[in-house]
Design a protein around this ligand. Structure first.
Ligand SMILES: [Zn+2]
Length: 239
């Protein structure tokens, strides 16, 4: 089965004691059977350098609107076909997902028909209901709830409900511990809107893959979640 990982990091996160060596990405992907990976870090230039020579590696531009208007730089990065969307981390970077600072970022993504992956699952800034305010503002945007609520079943259920209410929402599985909720998400919103992600190297990709594989999906839905849905969403690849 061809695996596309919708949520991967590269580089150092020293505050958290987590890192993946910049030169080790290709090996890490191969070791974990990841054919295609969406990769990000606050240092977008480093990501661009790292993914350039790895055929299956793509970048999401890490946009932090609190560091100034990211739109000019975002446009430059999206001119590189290796960059396939944006990562927003309202929790870490400290902004409300529907802050007016975020709107221009989403408008650029709509122009390019590319998604935003938004960290989802912690108070105060990354709860599903807060992200839903942005989703309601931009029904033509493609929004991925990263971690689909993460480790809290209230937030997980709310994330699935947000995706049920809005057809422009995708759910990404990393860090969300309940296989049964992956099956529920597929049953409620369809396998084309559920994406396997590992959050590697924060989490072990093999563990994250097993979690999806044990969810009880039929073969076709499993192939969607493990790769085909992300291929369509990020790369426009409908095969
Ligand atoms: Zn992550």
């Amino acid at each position: 089965m061809k695996i596309t990982d919708a949520h991967m990091h590269v580089g150092d996160f020293p505050t958290f004691g987590v890192s993946l060596d910049e030169d080790g990405l290709a090996e890490y992907m191969a070791k974990n059977d990841i054919e295609t990976a969406m990769v990000f870090h606050q240092d977008n230039a480093m990501v661009q350098r790292v993914i350039q020579d790895i055929p299956g590696a793509y970048g999401l531009y890490w946009a932090n609107p609190k560091m100034g208007d990211p739109v000019p730089e975002l446009r430059d990065y999206l001119a590189d076909p290796k960059f396939r969307g944006v990562k927003l981390h309202p929790l870490m970077d400290g902004f409300h997902p529907d802050d007016p600072m975020v709107w221009p970022i989403i408008e650029v993504l709509i122009e390019h028909d590319l998604p935003a992956l938004i960290h989802c699952g912690h108070p105060i800034f990354s709860l599903p209901w807060s992200i839903e305010e942005l989703i309601e503002r931009y029904e033509e945007a493609k929004i991925i709830l990263g971690h689909m609520g993460h480790g809290n079943v209230i937030y997980i259920d709310a994330s699935i409900k947000v995706a049920e209410r809005h057809p422009n929402v995708w759910l990404e599985t990393s860090g969300m511990p309940m296989s049964v909720k992956i099956l529920e998400a597929v049953n409620k919103v369809g396998s084309n809107r559920v994406l396997y992600g590992s959050d590697g190297p924060w989490h072990e990709p093999k563990v994250e893959q097993l979690k999806v594989q044990l969810a009880g999906l039929d073969e076709s839905a499993l192939e969607d979640v493990m790769g085909r849905s992300a291929q369509r969403l990020f790369l426009g690849n409908n095969s």
